[in-house]
Design a binder for this molecule. Structure first.
Ligand SMILES: C[S@@+](CC[C@H](N)C(=O)[O-])C[C@H]1O[C@@H](n2cnc3c(N)ncnc32)[C@H](O)[C@@H]1O
Length: 312
């Protein structure tokens, strides 16, 4: 009987310990690694990625939220730092290099390791990077897995969101100064994590101008992972119509702003016009992802008409 119990513990402990390296609890993870045999203990790669995630989100130092956002969300009584809010990316960290929260970074890690394991060809692209934390994390995962042939592309105005060029968006985003982060600052963030190198490339400008340029220079490379985080209807359409047809079979797309009505509307319209019915998988209350099994034949006539009607 006792032997059976020890046998079961031997199986269950390492499994539950591996789970501790998801999320936020370092203490639980460390206690766990002390209890496990050295061969079962989570390795330095997991500890590095755990530390990276918790540092980039500001969770390690429990940094406060940006108060203007807190009041705009009508949650003025929200504590200055709230772990459950931060972990699902529901506040804007005053200090912290990403606002997406731990759950979305855990998911990003899972998608990247699956892409590497399945040899899905291609680079990783983030459209809408803010302070660069999600892209820094993607570079960190590649480093941790010694993946040397993939590039992380950061696409952003590095000056905030554009004024709305169609009636599909409310013209409010361009005035949000907190979302304006210069490229130098993002590069500096990468440097401080020792992750700025020739596997990182920056593409500056509003998507409608920078993405056609990006596409032209991309040659016949492919995209294995696309993080869409541009909030607006037009940003979503610009990303899809410039990049969706270079996604590799097996590529995954993270839609950070599924919760925003304008973004979800753009996604659903894009799916309808391309007869797509992907399985949409929730990550947390805001973000979703889906993966493709075949390439997309873009209906460019729609996008050309869309562009003609936009204000300059
Ligand atoms: C919500 S933030 C991105 C958050 C970031 N992914 C993170 O990990 O914290 C939105 C970013 O998208 C950029 N952005 C949105 N629409 C854009 C557009 N049409 N052209 C260029 N940049 C855009 C903004 O400049 C801003 O940096």
């Amino acid at each position: 009987m006792m032997r059976c119990i020890f046998f079961l513990l031997g199986i269950l402990l390492p499994i539950s310990c591996a789970e501790n390296y998801r999320g936020t609890h370092l203490q639980a993870a460390v206690q766990c690694s002390r209890r496990t045999k050295s061969s079962d203990a989570p390795d330095l790669r997991e500890i590095y990625l755990w530390t990276l995630k918790n540092s980039l989100t500001g969770m390690l130092l429990q940094t406060p939220s940006y108060q203007a956002y807190v009041s705009a969300m009508n949650t003025a009584d929200m504590p200055v730092y709230n772990e459950s809010v931060r972990s699902v990316g529901r506040d804007w960290p005053l200090y912290g290099l990403t606002m997406v929260g731990i759950k979305r970074l855990d998911n990003l890690q899972k998608l990247i390791t699956t892409i590497l394991a399945n040899n899905v060809a291609g680079d990783f692209v983030e459209c809408g990077v803010w302070r660069g934390g999600s892209s820094i994390f993607m570079r960190g995962v590649l480093k941790a897995y010694n993946s040397l042939d993939r590039v992380i592309h950061l696409v952003d105005s590095f000056d905030g969101l554009p004024p709305a060029s169609t009636p599909e968006d409310e013209d409010i985003w361009s005035q949000v100064n907190f979302l304006k982060v210069p490229q130098d600052t993002v590069e500096d963030g990468f440097s401080r994590y020792h992750l700025l190198d020739n596997q990182v490339q920056f593409h500056k400008g509003f998507f409608r101008h920078s993405l056609p340029r990006f596409r032209k220079n991309f040659g016949d490379r492919k995209i294995a992972l696309l993080r869409m985080d541009g909030d607006m209807y037009e940003s979503t359409m610009d990303i899809l119509f410039n990049l969706a047809d270079v996604l590799a079979p097996g590529a995954c797309i993270v839609v950070d702003d599924w919760v925003i009505e304008a973004c979800q509307k753009a996604m659903k319209e894009f799916f309808d016009m391309h007869n797509m019915r992907p399985e949409i998988i929730p990550i947390d209350n805001d973000a979703v992802y889906f993966c493709l099994d075949e390439s997309i034949d873009l209906k460019m006539a729609w996008y050309e008409q869309f562009n003609k009607k936009r204000s300059p």
